[in-house]
Structure formats: C-alpha cells, structure tokens
Design a protein around this ligand. Structure first.
Ligand code: NAP
Length: 308
C-alpha cells in the first residue's frame, strides 16, 4: 500500500515523484519503458529553463529520475492495464501484478499519432520511424522525409539536417505550425527543403521502404519519389494521442484527454492527472513539470488532512 502511485515516468511523473518524496509520502513510480517519456526522445531541450546547451532530453530525464530516488521515491517497471476504486483506495492492475495506493497521479503522456496510410505499418523500423533521436543515424548520408509541420517535426528535421541528411519536410499546408524560432531555423537551413501543401499518401517497397507517393493538394497532383543509392528514411511527426485507456472506466474523458481543476484533481477524489494527458492547450516539458509539482502538493495536502 503506497500513499501515492505515479503512473508514468516522463517529466510530469518524475517531478511529482520528487515532490512526493520530499513530502515524505510513500511513493511509487510505475513506468514500463525508459524514464523520460517523449522528452527522452528529443536531442535538444533548448527551451527548458536552466538546461545546459548540450543537454539531451535523456540527460534531463536521468537527472530528474536520480533526484526523485534521492528523495525516496521507489520505481517499478510495469505497465498499468486498469484502475479501479475500492472505497477511497485506488487499485492498479499492472503487468507486474496489483498495486494499491490512497492517491494516484496519472502522468502517462502520449504516443505518436500514425497517418493510417498504406505501407505505414508494414515499413515501421524498415524505413519509417517516429523517433529521429533513435533512428536518425541510419539515414545521415541519405534522404529523409519528415511528415508534419509542428514543433516536433521541425525540431527533428533540424536534428536530422545536423546529422548530414538531406531533409524534406512534407507539410499539408502552406505555413508551419511550429513556433517562429524553430520555423525560421528550418526555413534558413540549406539542407532542408519544405514541400508545401503536400501529403504523404503511401509508402511503397518490398522488404524496406523504397518510395513514397506524395500528393500536392494545391495542384491536385500525385507523384512518386523513388529511393536512389542513398538510404531513405521517413519520420512521422503528426501529433500525439494521450495514453489514457486505463482511466476510461473511472473518468469521463474529453476526446481522450483528462479534465482537471487548478490543483490537477480529476472528477475522482484522490486521482490526479499531469502532463500531456491533461485537456489543455499547450504541451511543453515545463508545464508538464509544473503540473506534476501541483498534483504532488495537492496529494501531500490531502495526506496531512487525512492524518489529522
Ligand atoms: P502538433 O503541434 O499537433 O503538430 C502536428 C503537425 O502534424 C501539424 O503540423 C499538423 O498539420 C500535422 N498533421 C496532423 N495530422 C496530420 C495528417 N493526418 N496528415 C498530415 N499532417 C498532419 O504535434 P507535435 O509537433 O507532435 O507537438 C505536440 C505538442 O508538443 C505541441 O503542443 C507542441 O507545441 C509540443 N512540443 C513542443 C516542443 C518544444 O517546445 N520545443 C517540441 C515538441 C513538441 P496542421 O499544422 O495542418 O494542423
């Protein structure tokens, strides 16, 4: 029995763990994968206050995890399958058995959105990737197509260009969604070409991806790009979906996202949410951390009230 279980070890969960640990709460973090979540998949965290210039997302995640352990948080490698309520207790069914706690902070983040086009599923890890940090090195001497126009697509396009690849950003509109600073860098980068008003319709090949069918929606014209003697990589960054399936039985979700109040409380007493799964407008590492902190302080406050 824990005072609090934090589901998810991304920036929101790790910050919550630091604060819960410091509040002397018996704290457990459940995370099936490497700590850091989506943050750990990015090579540069340039806008996190105080981050070193050469910090990767993984560096920051490792430091956050170390800090949480210093303050007594425990960690277990487990994926949560469901959450049920037993009176005021929360019961989590996981791949590592059952865990119980008085409070739960859900901070499970998101997973990359897929395009659902022909060839996408077939060529994952065979030319298609959702993580430039993980797979970019395979294509550093080749041509890469980055699909999407948001912060993730543009950041990762810049990273791939820095590795030496010739980058083609494929964006369905005539304007990037990414913040101005990143958009300017991409527009000025001679290694990056932007294919405006263009959509990826199909990935073709035999064992590995060796061609793309693109569609220019302004000219209503489809064309095929074939792989030459250089590696061909396709990186898809078209947004993300929240990992909230395990909450669906106890909470009413808003298009998959969790509605919370100003203390990160959900509609279920003792159940909190923080980070990218929260229904909100802006998704940044810094506000994920802030929400993890707020949720942890609210849990600590409830704990003190319960002890009285
Ligand atoms: P996003 O901001 O939602 O952008 C998704 C991009 O993919 C958009 O350009 C969108 O086009 C495009 N797209 C969506 N569905 C598509 C489809 N079916 N076919 C073709 N294109 C499609 O997602 P994100 O870039 O992954 O970012 C997620 C959140 O994390 C955002 O809040 C972002 O600000 C944040 N983030 C921040 C940073 C940072 O601050 N450094 C870095 C990464 C992510 P349209 O523009 O036409 O809608």
């Amino acid at each position: 029995m824990y005072d609090v279980i934090i589901v998810g070890g991304g920036p929101a969960g790790l910050t919550a763990a630091i604060y819960c640990g410091r509040a002397n709460l018996k704290t457990l973090v459940l995370e099936p994968e490497l700590e850091g979540g989506q943050m750990a998949m990015t090579m540069e965290i340039a806008n996190y206050p105080g981050a070193n210039e050469d910090d990767t997302g993984m560096d920051l995640a490792m430091r956050m995890g170390k800090q949480a352990r210093t303050f007594g948080a425990e960690f277990a490698r487990a994926s949560v399958e469901s959450l049920t309520l037993d009176g005021e207790d929360k019961v989590l069914a996981t791949t590592d058995g059952e865990y119980r706690a008085r409070a739960v902070i859900a901070a499970t983040g998101s997973r990359p959105h897929t395009l659902g086009i022909p060839g996408e599923e077939k060529f994952v890890s065979r030319g298609i990737s959702y993580c430039a940090t993980c797979d970019g090195a395979f294509y550093q001497t080749g041509d890469v197509y980055v699909i999407g126009g948001g912060n993730s697509a543009v950041e990762e396009a810049l990273y791939l260009s820095g590795l030496g690849a010739k980058v083609h950003i494929v964006h369905r509109r005539d304007q990037l969604r990414a913040e101005a600073y990143l958009a300017d860098l991409a527009l000025k980068d001679e290694n990056i070409e932007i294919l405006w008003n263009t959509e990826l319709k199909e990935v073709i090949g035999d064992v590995t991806a060796d061609g793309l069918v693109l569609y220019n929606n302004k000219e209503d014209k489809s064309y095929t790009v074939k792989k030459d003697d250089k590696p061909l990589g396709i990186f898809i960054y078209v947004g993300a979906r929240p990992r909230t399936e395990f909450l669906a039985d106890v909470l009413e979700l808003d298009n998959g996202y969790v509605p919370v109040d100003a203390e990160q409380r959900t509609a279920v007493p003792g159940l909190f949410a923080a980070g990218d799964i929260v229904a909100k407008k802006f998704r940044q590492v810094i506000n994920a951390c802030g929400e993890g902190c707020t949720a942890a302080m609210a849990v600590a406050l409830d704990h003190v009230r319960e002890q009285k």
